[in-house]
Design a protein around this ligand. Sequence first.
Ligand code: UGA
Length: 434
Amino acid sequence: MAEHIGIVGAGYVGLTSAACFARLGHRVTCVDSEKSKVDELGRGVVSIAEPGLAELVAQGLGDGTLTFTTAQAELHGADLVFLCLPTPPAEDGRPDLGVLERVVPQLGRLLRPGCVVVTKSTVPVGTAARLPGLLGRTDLPVAANPEFLREGHAVDDFLHPDRVVVGTDPPGAAAAERVARLYEPAGAPVVLTDTASAELAKYASNAFLAVKLSYVNVLAELCERSGADVREVARTMGLDARIGPEFLAPGPGWGGSCLPKDTSALLHAADSAGVDFGILRDAVRVNARQRARVVRAVRQAVTGSPAGSLAGARVGLLGLAFKAGTGDLRDSPALAVAEDLARAGAELTAHDPAVGRVPGASAVQVVDDPYLVAKDAAALVVLTEWPEFRDLDWPRLAASVARPVVVDTRNLLDPGALAEAGFTHVGVGTRPHT
Ligand code: UGA
């Protein structure tokens, strides 16, 4: 049954949800307070680089199932309204609910009786339970339906989710069934639970991924010291169905707009509840240390000593985004490493296929041509796992560097091919290529 769905917030989560619900045959009204954004979206201009998103927006606009507006009043007739509002970390790392607390009372004054109000973007445990109070009404059923969208895969993750979780109090209430029905075409397992469990499940999933990554990053260090190869160890671990092969690749640390924010929020929630979530605190600590480990590896590569000086050394960086497939620099470990290298005196030139410049006063010179990063470089450092870096003309790069050494923090490159091109390849948790 086609529903009239209201989406509040046309950011990354809201826009993806709006376009995908329209694709599933619903009538979607997407509200955002930013007039210029609404105008652009109304013309089909999508500034978020997400595969398939612009096409879905165009399709929805074309067939009239998707509209964008700044007028909240247009949500009056909606059957369900999804809150896709930002909850950025406040200075102390706790989520800032200011926008939600301002917008929800406004909705309370205009939604028609029976409209289901659903939290979609990540919100702290207890938020859905607070909604009736914020709405100032008890005739609007509420539900928690957290998103599990990865950047670069958001449309696909929305239309083909691993699971759908819908929290209501009590679990499985009529509102939960209505939310769950929207996702029926996906055929994914549905978890009908209480609101607090649904909200916590989102934080718990992201924090678990962070723990898994920090685990493998420490394991990589141990591999380096014990002559093992982390790729072999991770491959073996990943074949155990209880562990699984994903999120076992070491790197310069985990980042992006979600994992750091959500681990920090969960740690605060645990502290407030008097629960010592030491394993998560350790995962965060290890992540900060991972940056320092990369800087030491670069010092070693350039000077032959992990404490050697980088003053005046030219270092070429391949990758700045927090992961491949996105130009997002928010909480990017690659950018953090670059800043640490700059502070250590290195002169940096970087290329990232999706990054044209680094905002603010950055010491990193960004170039469009990957071959320019090699010019007179005392080391090259791979920081983001863009597959196209593998296909670079490595002999050509070798011809322009000052010292042919690559610190490959993602174990992206083929050490044999690099050796043939004349490079020394330094991986993470791997044995030197012989
Ligand atoms: C993450 C979660 O994966 C999504 O499920 C969740 O919905 C989303 O946050 C969110 O809360 O909205 P995303 O931030 O797009 O998605 O990034 P991930 O793909 O999870 O990558 C996180 C970090 O881990 C990146 O820095 C990436 O490079 C790193 N990573 C990932 C590794 O270092 N090794 C791996 O094997 C995998």
